[in-house]
Design a protein around this ligand. Sequence first.
Ligand code: 3HC
Length: 724
Amino acid sequence: MSQSIVTMEVGNDGVAVITISNPPVNALAIPIIDGLKEKFAEATRRNDVKAIVLTGKGGRFSGGFDINVFTKVHGTGDVSIMPDVSIDLVTNAVEDCKKPIVAAVEGLALGGGLEFAMGCHARIAAPRTQLGLPELSLGVIPGFGGTQRLPRLVGLSKAIEIMLSSKPIMSEEGKKLGLIDALVPSKELLKVSRAWALDMAERRKPWLRSLHRTDKIGSLSEAREVLRMARLQAKKTAPNLPQHQVCLDVIEEGIVHGGYSGVLKEAKVFKEIVLSDTSRGLVHVFLAQRATSKVPNVTDVGLKPRQVKKVAIIGGGLMGSGIATALIVNNMFVVLKEVNSEYLLKGIKTVEANVRGLANRGKMTKDKAEKALSMLKGVLDYSEFKDVDMVIEAVIENVALKQKIFSEIEKACPPHCILATNTSTIDLNLIGEKMNSQDRLIGAHFFSPAHLMPLLEIVRTQKTSPQIILDLMTVGKVIKKVPVVVGNCTGFAVNRTFFPYTQGSHLLVNLGVDAYRIDRVICNFGFPLGPFQLQDLAGYGVAFAVGQEYAKAFSDRIFKSPLLELLVKDGRNGKNNGKGYYIYEKGSKPKPDPSVLSIIEESRRLTNVMPGGKPISVTDREVLEMILFPVVNEACRVLDEGVVVRASDLDVASVLGMSFPSYRGGIVFWADMVGAIHVYRSLKKWSEMYGSFYKPSKFLEERAMKGIPLSAPATLSASTKSRL
Ligand SMILES: C[C@H](O)CC(=O)SCCNC(=O)CCNC(=O)[C@H](O)C(C)(C)COP(=O)(O)OP(=O)(O)OC[C@H]1O[C@@H](n2cnc3c(N)ncnc32)[C@H](O)[C@@H]1OP(=O)(O)O
């Protein structure tokens, strides 16, 4: 077990080096904070200590306050378990210490870590150290004085940018901004820091207290203007996130009434905002994402991941070329196979456009883009497959074609090779039916655009070997995706959970609700696009194909809408041909297309679901719930069947794969916040009014009746066997 401790060593030079040790990121857990209080008091007291250096063990200064404490606060509602660090420790014991203190910073100083460093009288950093205040991404604000000291060290505009973006800067930039006093090679960090601390003690170097500085703040009117602009901007970019406005208010307090007053307000507001739903959701997603790395019987049985250097991709369409892009930009050799040179050229051109797009948007240098492209080779046969470590099949959703491909590649590839399919819906057992080595078959479900979307849904069957799962998880991490391992069924975890999302929106339209209103309601909730605009973007072909799969697999709860067919008959194909529910013109935002209303009317006439032939009257809240509660209902079935390891995996997958707003914590977390009983009663009522699409699942009913959260671990019913 790792030990979290704070040590202090006093050298012959009279410098006390206080070291935080709490692997892996030296998080400021409560015992660490207690240890720091003790060591700073001791160093201040001891006559043989002239100056102090604060550092972190293992090449990392500190990743900030221990996020697990937030979970405890959320669970109990008791904020008193948060220690008083800001005034007691950072301000009184560190900044106002009678001996000079230098922060020797390396690797990372984030959140409370950077706030401690800013409380010190100087900061010496190693190159490429990450410095940031990412608290807003956890739904809180910096709480150890960061809202006050950062503007005083780097200027107001830059400080606001760093805090509101939650993105770290590098120590090189920190040096230019004045956040860092000196940048030195890692091996000299302690030596230089000690000397700097002694120089301060002997007044050879200035001994500055950040909170007392005013030289970078500018005049009050300038500061107010900067804050006004920032508030407007945050209203646009983060409309549902209270922490942005709150953070700006707290900064303003310090500018108007002085830094100490700002620190007091910060501490007070922190204790309020930490209890917000936004913080609960974001902290949950942070920890849930880390939990996805732990897969029972895969990551805990002593297996070592094998290196995957060369990957073959079959199919250079949208998905295949996106996956190829994701691999080559992360230094993997890719062989892209197509059936003829025309398709191959098209695939390669798409990869080139993807990579150059990344370079043009500043995501990589031009040199790196060219190097990435040199790792791609197009082929028309299997001869290059003899030494690949993994194959990813990314052809159209056709079972017979996929079966043929897998029996061919089984022969063409070496025996260690991972055999993966990118199918988004088809049962893997069907795809592998004709294979001998079904233990090597696995789903690598990327989300479009594959080089940008962060989720990799890894689908295992009962036969997939743990080694193959571990290898694919490792590939996922190498290409900077978040791999989530799920079981096998139609649509797997993510698309299966979300198939009622599209159907629910169609049912509502057929019940008489305006499609554009639905899109607005869903966007106001926090999705980037509403369901109709999303359909326009994805194209209708895929929706048709997968709709049929769902109709076969889940016939008891399907709403058959003729809307897509009618749109296609009218010559519409969404964004592809500029005409869908919206009109798409180059250079302007999509505009609702009034001529689509007659098509919707035709669909309503055909389905005839409006009670008494009249549009239903519903509030925006009901619109939202009539779309998302059926999704929650399907999530319950996914949990009941053991398709995911834990409920929080579905939360992460919904956020990263379906753009469910992260600050609402993911689909299951959100449903628990709303309350299972409310979800159940609403679905029951609607199922009586509008049919079986809304019928509550057994799992939901049971949990609602017993008052058990949906996220509580499932005890699988006797009839169900886990799919993992
Ligand atoms: C009052 C204060 O103002 C409030 C705060 O300080 S809030 C905290 C602010 N700090 C942050 O938001 C940083 C959060 N951490 C991160 O962004 C990343 O973990 C990191 C950049 C530090 C390291 O990333 P990486 O090397 O990829 O490792 P990663 O897998 O994320 O983390 C390693 C482990 O450290 C844990 N961890 C990271 N930061 C942590 C923190 N601040 N508290 C507790 N645990 C933390 C992770 O949960 C993970 O645990 P696990 O091994 O049990 O899953």
